[in-house]
Design a protein around this ligand. Structure first.
Ligand code: ACO
Length: 427
């Protein structure tokens, strides 16, 4: 790290600003004292130019399409690692030894059951409730069931607790929406097989693990595990900066992720494909709408705030999607529409000029469908993958001595001061 200076000139006055250079060479202008030295704030819609923390968890290079967790390229982790090892890496900062990984896995496995009181919470919610609402409620409630884990001193136990119980809560939310009896976790299974078993097992029948499906899910979770200061992660940090508990903070992350411009996009992708299918496969019509500036419609699963080239996660998933499409050839018209849509968009000038490539949500939706999940579960699966990142970022924030409560400024554009008029005198 090295520091240099930049100068901001306003009128005739110069204001020196420190430049902070990160490990990968990207630099940040420190405007922390801008208000006191210039009387001005920085106006930055969507925080598009604002780094509000220093973080060592993950790194994205949007120009070349690179994503690394703690320095390790996502492609290597997706190929050689597993989700629980990646979770350990994100939380502790280093890859585990064999013994550490075994201990981490065991600690998570023995914690998979939910408190029976939580069942009533699921039962009390209407079947029609979106599974993301149930997941968010369940994560908030976990704090109520385990107040001893709310202290920052218990961060590791809280992380284990969340990683263990969130899949159970996610599976319960699915079964509640289907009106099915809850399936308890079989501890002998690995993390992803167990989640599939809790979600899809049929009462009275032995659940048969599909290793291809379990591995595909594991890779999907790895690819979603962290992604710098995205909307939900920033939400987790913002909520946590008020010293709210880890449960309150990550539950807020679930809520932020539920929006269609973030984790809800994969659900939107599938809904669009269904609409195109119902429309006789006419995807050109939807491409034309996406390009029409008078129309607010955007092609879900395309574009990204950071990536101006291919999203590396989409690259890994495309390989899996192609394999699954081949395995299920002719069985699912939506998968074929998706691939045709992708090919056409990739060669279209509108998308090329704006660097709009498929993002992770385009393929994850296709894969989640191929794994048998209904569209409403897609954001839940994204959340399942993102928990290790949220927890690691929350921990990093609580341990950073520079952390202050998140409190952005604004530029007020409302009415100037005016005097109150009693209601009976108003015309
Ligand atoms: N379809 C059509 N046009 C698009 C799309 C799209 N999906 N995305 C961006 N554009 C266009 C914009 O209209 C704009 O065009 P203009 O320059 O003619 O005005 C240009 O591309 C730049 O777009 P911005 O709005 O500046 O991009 P921004 O970084 O603010 O938005 C976002 C990024 C929200 C992801 C956007 O691309 C989008 O809405 N995509 C669809 C939703 C989606 O897939 N979200 C998932 C994101 S990944 C994730 O959360 C894991």
């Amino acid at each position: 790290m090295e520091e240099e200076r930049a100068v901001l000139r306003h009128g005739k006055v110069e204001h020196p600003l420190e430049v902070f250079v990160g490990t990968e060479g990207e630099s940040g202008l420190d405007i922390g004292r801008l208000l006191s030295s210039t009387g001005m704030v920085a106006l930055d819609y969507g925080f598009a130019n604002t780094a509000w923390c220093r973080s060592a968890v993950s790194f994205v290079d949007g120009n070349v399409g690179a994503l690394r967790y703690r320095g390790y390229p996502i492609e290597q982790l997706a190929e050689h690692s597993c989700f629980l090892e990646v979770s350990y890496l994100l939380f502790h900062g280093e890859l585990p030894t064999l013994a550490q990984l075994a201990e981490w896995r065991e600690a998570i496995t023995v914690e998979t059951l939910l408190d029976e009181g939580m069942r009533q919470m699921f039962d009390a919610c209407p079947r029609e409730a979106h599974p993301m609402v149930l997941l968010s409620a369940a994560v908030t409630a976990m704090g109520a069931f385990h107040p001893e884990l709310e202290s920052t001193l218990a961060a590791e136990q809280a992380a284990i607790h969340l990683l263990a119980k969130v899949p159970t809560a996610a599976a319960f939310s699915y079964r509640r929406s289907r009106g099915l009896p809850y399936a308890y976790p079989r501890r002998s299974l690995d993390y992803c097989s167990r989640f599939l078993q809790m979600t899809f097992s049929v009462p009275g029948e032995e659940y048969e693990v599909d290793p291809v499906a379990a591995r595909a899910l594991d890779v999907l979770l790895i690819l979603h595990a962290d992604h710098e200061q995205n909307c939900s992660t920033s939400t987790v940090r913002l909520v946590g900066s008020s010293r709210a508990t880890v449960f309150a903070s990550v539950a807020s992350g679930v809520n932020a992720l539920s929006g269609p411009l973030h984790g809800g996009a994969n659900q939107e992708v599938l809904e669009l494909l269904q609409q195109i299918h119902a429309d006789g496969g006419n995807y050109a019509k939807y491409l034309a709408r996406a390009k029409d500036r008078e129309d607010t419609f955007r092609l879900p699963g395309f574009g990204h705030r950071i990536y101006r080239s291919y999203d590396p996660r989409a690259g890994v998933l495309k390989t899996f999607a192609d394999q699954l499409v081949t395995r299920q050839a002719g069985q699912d018209p939506l998968l074929e529409i998706a691939l045709a849509l992708e090919q056409t968009a990739l060669t279209d000038d509108y998308f090329i000029e704006r660097h709009l490539y498929p993002n992770v949500d385009f393929y994850s939706g296709i894969l989640f469908r191929a794994l048998g999940f209904p569209t409403r579960m897609f954001p839940v699966l994204f959340a399942l993958g993102r928990f290790p990142g949220w927890i690691a970022q929350w921990k990093e924030m609580t341990e950073d001595p520079e952390t202050r409560i998140g409190r952005p400024r604004q530029v007020y554009v409302g009415s100037p001061q005016r005097d109150y008029v009693p209601v009976h005198e108003r015309r």
